[in-house]
Design a protein around this ligand. Structure first.
Ligand code: HEC
Length: 148
């Protein structure tokens, strides 16, 4: 009797853990400031999370007067990465993406005395695309700005 009880308990546990892992339709909520979404893993949202962590790393280094680490090479596919919702990318998207990539490159090409300015211009490039395409994360992105 006891064994059966333990067995059913285990089955229940496995069942429950499977349930909580079951993939909900992944949705980045572009109107929600906390849009980090435990289930949402579109190609574009994963890329965005990497871009965000990289920007945090760059900010921390620049603020203490260091070079912003290695230049990321794998952000070039923003234009082709699939968003959560296929309607998210408007015709203006690739222009904004290109603008961001140039701004990113400019940070790495910058003279040390201009680097904060160049970095903030890059954050502005994030913000201009977000203002038009995905306003939810805007407050989070604003925190990346380096204040003087
Ligand atoms: C060319 C437009 C564009 C640029 C530039 C851009 N984003 Fe995004 N970002 C988006 C879109 C669209 C989404 C929604 C992705 C989806 O729907 O799958 C997004 C999503 C995000 C998210 C939410 C990701 C998640 O799943 O929780 C964060 C955070 C984010 N971006 C930060 C940034 C940062 C930081 C930068 C600049 C370093 C940046 N973005 C540059 C368009 C852009």
């Amino acid at each position: 009797m006891k064994k059966i009880f333990i067995f059913s308990f285990l089955v229940l546990l496995i069942f429950l853990s499977r349930c909580s892992n079951s993939p909900e339709p992944s949705k980045v909520n572009c109107s929600n400031p906390d849009s980090i979404n435990p289930n949402g893993t579109s190609e574009l949202s994963l890329l965005m999370r990497q871009m965000h962590s990289k920007a945090v790393e760059m900010k921390n280094l620049i603020e203490i007067g260091k070079k912003p680490g290695d230049e990321p090479v794998d952000f070039a596919n923003i234009a082709s990465a699939t968003p959560t919702d296929s309607k998210t990318k408007k015709p203006s998207f690739s222009g904004f993406a290109q603008n961001y990539l140039s701004a990113l490159e400019a940070v790495y090409k910058s003279e040390p005395e201009n680097i904060k300015l160049k970095y903030n211009e890059m954050v502005n490039a994030c913000l201009s695309c977000h203002g038009d395409h995905c306003p939810g994360p805007v407050p989070k992105i604003k925190k990346l700005m380096i204040k003087n």
